[in-house]
Design a binder for this molecule. Structure first.
Ligand SMILES: [Ca+2]
Length: 76
């Protein structure tokens, strides 16, 4: 994976029906939350890097499209 110079990246993870799910609807079985996260009341998630530590942070969905995005595709 190539790291790009964006501090916060939307990863396609969203809280739906009280479960964290990828945008294809599949459940996220284990989420490596950033320390102190999820803080709650925020229904989308980003990859957060601060001081060399990485983790997932829940954020409000209204701002996710202003961030960089990390996507994956299935190769067949
Ligand atoms: Ca949060």
């Amino acid at each position: 994976m190539k790291f790009i110079s964006v501090e916060r990246i939307y990863i396609g993870l969203k809280l739906s029906e009280e479960r964290w799910r990828w945008i294809d609807g599949s459940s996220a079985n284990s989420v490596p939350w950033y320390p102190g996260q999820p803080s709650g009341g925020e229904n989308c998630a980003e990859l957060l890097e601060e001081g060399g530590s990485f983790g997932i942070n829940d954020i409000v969905c209204s701002g996710v499209w202003t961030k960089g995005a990390l996507c994956a595709i299935k190769l067949t």
